[in-house]
Design a protein around this ligand. Sequence first.
Ligand code: ADP
Ligand code: GLC
Length: 486
Amino acid sequence: MDVLFVTSECYPLVKTGGLADVTGALPLALAAIDVDARVLLPAYPGVREQLASSTTTARIDDLFGGSAALVEGTTAAGLKVLLIDAPHLYDRAGGPYNTADGQDWPDNHLRFAALSWVAAEIGSGRLGRWRPDVVHLHDWHAALAAAYLHFDESKPSRSSRPATLLTIHNLAFQGVFPETSLDALRLPTEALTKDGMAYWGSLSFLKAGVRWCDAVSTVSPTYAREIVTPEDGMGFDEALNERADPLIGIVNGIDLDVWNPETDPHIAVNYSVETTSLKARNKAALQGELGLDTDPRAPLFCVVSRLTQQKGVDLLLTALPRLLARGGQLAVLGTGDRKLEKALQRAVKKQTGFVAAVLGYDEALSHRMQAGADAIIVPSRFEPCGLTQLYGLRYGTLPVVAKVGGLADTVTDIDTVTDGEGATGFQFTPVDSDQLATAIDRACDIYETPTIWQRMMHHAMTRDVGWDTAALAYRALYEQLVQARR
Ligand code: ADP
Ligand code: GLC
């Protein structure tokens, strides 16, 4: 079984969030069960240099306004990668989606149409020597490949095309552009109907994927149930409900090699479920690093997050007085919304020694936060899966989470089980600052009873959070889609 992953980011080459973690780890888990999964992504600056080896295998004369090359290579971890080397689209200083000052690149529709177009060409066997059985599209950046394959006139028969799967990692990002961009995307006018990719007076890349992929999945069963409702469907519930097959929810795993407290090179002291007392040394180191009081008894809560409306960090700022009143400390690592960043800075200034905030993106510090904190707070208004609570489980850093999406599926609240058996954390619903404060209170109560807290750490650290189960589920799905094509 050969599968082409199509994505705009992939750990460790380029990452802004969990999408990269998934596309960097799932192909490796699939390789272990005999699925040859390769990852196609843009050659942003510095990406090719990170590959252990690479060669140019094909050339494209005109890729949306310039020439391009396909580069094949492998990362140090053994991930097989295909890069689109198209300097006119991707070789610029700034992020994958925006300029250094946070503005979307004005030609994003072309940048990600190009990614999608190359995916469709590889999928049809017209580019490079390798031809996948399945093209697995991740989020809107890749979703237009479904349109290119659907309207591909040279391959009219269904069985001569690869099977296609769209995974929605976050429905808030829909790839919406003016209808007038259709020509530039090199798609026929028939694409722009209500049954196609027309979307409330605009066009949407994601909608192309929802309409024309053989199957659509998302990253947890609860999120799959949420987004087919008008309340949480973000304008997509109708399109999702109109599909004949149900939306599939498969919970993400985490890379157990990258996120392993026993071997993690970024943390002060390595520890395991057998040596959890060593976690205290990571806590002291983190407190020292961030300028927090080095008090071993203060429950230390952390947050590692993009700072956006989705992530609910504003709710935490409102609940902060309760956390501090319980003698707690808060450490935040995040970047994003300027207003939230300023509010965090004000909180640090007011409560120096008890609140710390690092405003930026720092992979190594994110590991030290997981190793050093007692608990991780994820107060998201919605969360397709969420990975930081999974890292928390693996590091014995108990999650305090909103009961939504994947957070509902991956954390077991102590109040929902008998005698605390299997409890790994704390959940709250509805998602507001009062309920969050109550959950923090409950966590502080348990923290004062170390035997129970220790037991919860044990449950958390031994919970299966790897990729094996999900990889088997994806393989079964690929097999089903390929069968249906025959
Ligand atoms: P999302 O993809 O919505 O941002 P996830 O929880 O799925 O949420 O994944 C977020 C990923 O990004 C995690 O690997 C997390 O550790 C990482 N991350 C988020 N913000 C930062 C930051 N400021 N510094 C380092 N890592 C971060
Ligand atoms: C998205 C979601 C997050 C999920 C990640 C990986 O960015 O916001 O919940 O964990 O994708 O699937």
